[in-house]
Design a protein around this ligand. Structure first.
Ligand code: TRP
Length: 427
């Protein structure tokens, strides 16, 4: 494998917002353009089932996320862009890996532990409302990754533990069944700050403080107007430190633009004017993509075709690999058993050297042909090592190293030569 493989999944549980764009979509699309990298991006809809039991929402989110990535410039011809549930090898591998995963390790997964802790704090049963799916989440994610032997997995900090678990599971598998998997590494983009949301906390669906990436222009303006600021009046100097508005601006603006806004803060820009600047800057980047997004949203069949083509591409790798993995663990075609047996039988039908000890205490060997006929019997050696060396010499040098040994009764030098050759050919 010459190129390096980068893979990441996006859970189809919501509508992409500016935080997703800055933290994941934009850097991923840029990275996918780098030479020498094979990229895999997939819609993690099996993972979505863990949190969401509303079918329409999963379907809608799948379309919205796919449309967002495509609108942001992801080129499905350059990368493998597919939907997790179109790859049956993933759940199949997930079961195989489940059997390689320590339950104690899964007990320690942050997401699961947080749910248990919440129950405990509420004095509820520790397992209340916790599905086995949540518990197994890291194993499914490991299957996503190692099925494609990804080297690097770009994720947010909250996912690093899952990548470490994927490594751990892959390592265990390799140890038990032989080297099959690349051990993946998390790739955390240090330069990508997490974007604050409307209320200043991290922009996240769970805080209900997001700005949807492709919200209509008027709505974008309205949401930006709602970003929390302090009560400093126009003309009063503003603090960039801790200003959500400033941080969001920084994620979109050039260094020069950022410096200019910093100066404006110091000069006492009115919050309304600062918000207008932010709106214009974001809209400048988003507007050209918004049209493409809308086109994909209006043509879901086109997106479906793109994902189907992506699945074919991904399965070109997954299908032969799962066959290899099935074999490795012993899920095998029974005809293979017959082949193995006949290989064994062929092996049994070879001449053999047998070593033994006589009642005299001396060590001997004999050479017996495939049919069990005695061809050669050695004199006695004082140590088993000496007998072993004589055998090794015979195998390496042939009958020239026989010395004064004679063929056994009824055997010829030719028989011995043939037997030695047969052994050499089989080695
Ligand atoms: N769990 C990831 C998240 O919520 C999504 C995901 C699923 C993923 N499978 C993956 C990410 C494999 C990277 C690799 O963000």
């Amino acid at each position: 494998m010459t190129s390096s493989r980068v893979l990441t999944g996006i859970t189809t549980s919501g509508t992409p917002h500016l935080g997703n764009y800055v933290g994941s979509i934009r850097p991923s699309v840029r990275a996918s353009l780098a030479p020498g990298v094979e990229s895999f991006y997939f819609l993690a809809d099996y993972h979505a089932l863990i949190k969401i039991d509303d079918p329409a929402r999963i379907q809608r989110s799948t379309l919205e996320i796919a449309a967002s990535w495509l609108a942001a410039g992801l080129d499905p011809n350059r990368v493998a862009f597919y939907r997790q549930s179109d790859i049956p090898e993933i759940p199949e591998l997930s079961w195989i890996l489940t059997c390689m995963s320590a339950k104690g390790m899964l007990n320690r997964a942050h997401a699961y532990k947080a749910s248990v802790d919440k129950n405990l704090a509420a004095q509820a049963d520790p397992d209340a409302d916790i599905s086995a799916g949540l518990f197994m989440y890291p194993v499914l994610m490991a299957a996503d990754i190692v099925l494609f032997n990804a080297h690097k997995v770009p994720v947010g900090r909250d996912q690093v533990q899952h990548i470490e678990m994927a490594r751990d599971i892959a390592q265990r598998f390799n140890h038990t069944y032989g080297e099959q998997f690349v051990l993946p590494e998390a790739l955390i983009e240090e330069s990508v700050a997490t974007l604050p949301g409307l209320d200043g906390r991290k922009m996240s669906k769970s805080y209900d403080n997001t700005i949807p990436l492709f919200t209509p222009k008027a709505q974008l303006r309205k949401l930006i107007a709602g970003i929390l600021t302090d009560s400093r009046a126009p003309g009063e100097a503003k603090d960039t430190e801790g200003s959500a508005l400033f941080q969001i601006y920084q994620a979109f603006a050039s260094e020069a633009e950022t410096a200019a806004l910093r100066q404006a803060y110091a000069d006492g820009i009115a919050w309304g004017d600062a918000k207008q600047i932010l709106f214009e800057r974001i809209d400048k980047e988003v507007a050209p993509m918004r049209d493409a997004y809308q086109r994909y949203m209006d043509n879901p069949g086109e997106v479906e075709d793109i994902l189907q083509a992506g699945a074919i591409k991904a399965r070109k790798i997954a299908t032969p690999f799962i066959a290899q993995l099935r074999h490795a663990v012993g899920l095998r075609n029974l005809r293979a058993q017959a082949t193995q047996k006949s290989a064994k039988a062929a092996k049994a039908a070879l001449p053999v050297f047998k070593q033994y000890r006589e009642t005299t205490g001396k060590f001997h060997f004999k050479l017996v042909d495939a049919q069990g006929r005695l061809l050669l019997e050695s004199a006695g050696f004082d140590a088993p090592k000496d007998a072993g060396q004589a055998i090794a010499r015979l195998q390496a040098e042939g009958i020239s190293s026989l010395g004064n040994l004679q063929p056994a009764e009824g055997a010829s030098l030719d028989d011995i030569t043939q037997a030695l050759e047969a052994l050499q050919n089989a080695a």
